[in-house]
Design a protein around this ligand. Structure first.
Ligand SMILES: [Zn+2]
Length: 162
């Protein structure tokens, strides 16, 4: 079963600000930490967040190291990536019951520069004041999935990822 685990923000910040690009490492199959990859093609790579605030929190990133959310893409490249995000969003919502489904790109030039999109299922019944940006926070800990729980989720999402 998934458990809430404390989040070591200082260690995380050190890694993402001073370490190599973890998404490029993932693309090269050389991650420092294991990740639950759902899918990849020539356009993008899809994997479960390592530190999810919500069950099924998924990240989608371009295969190539791009930083600026629109300016580093041609319109065609951008739309191809958005098409993948749409497909992943649909697949996740077939597996996980949601009240709302969030899609957003945040990021910083000071850490995790490889642009990526957050796909976050919000379960039904979360109080209004705990929704939206509050639902993304992991100050009180993140939802650690066991390996088998993550594998089951990945397999289910893959089944619907057409
Ligand atoms: Zn990168």
């Amino acid at each position: 079963m998934s458990q809430v685990q404390p989040f070591d923000k200082a260690a995380y910040n050190e890694r993402v600000q001073n370490g190599p690009c973890f998404i490029c490492q993932l693309v090269k199959n050389q991650p420092e930490e294991s990740h639950s990859e759902i899918y990849r093609d020539e356009v993008g790579i899809v994997f479960l967040s390592k530190y999810p605030s919500q069950y099924g929190y998924t990240l989608v990133a371009p295969i190539k190291h791009r930083e600026r959310v629109t300016a580093d893409f041609s319109p065609e490249e951008y739309l191809a990536l958005q098409s993948l995000i749409y497909r992943v969003g649909e697949a996740l919502q077939k597996v996980i019951t949601t009240e709302r489904f969030y899609i957003l790109s945040l990021g910083s030039q000071q850490g995790n520069r490889h642009v990526h999109w957050h796909l976050v299922p919000l379960p039904p019944g979360v109080p209004y004041e705990e929704q939206q940006l509050e639902a993304l926070k992991i100050d009180k800990g993140f939802l650690a999935l066991g390996n088998s729980e993550a594998e089951v989720l990945v397999e289910k999402v893959r089944q619907y990822l057409l």
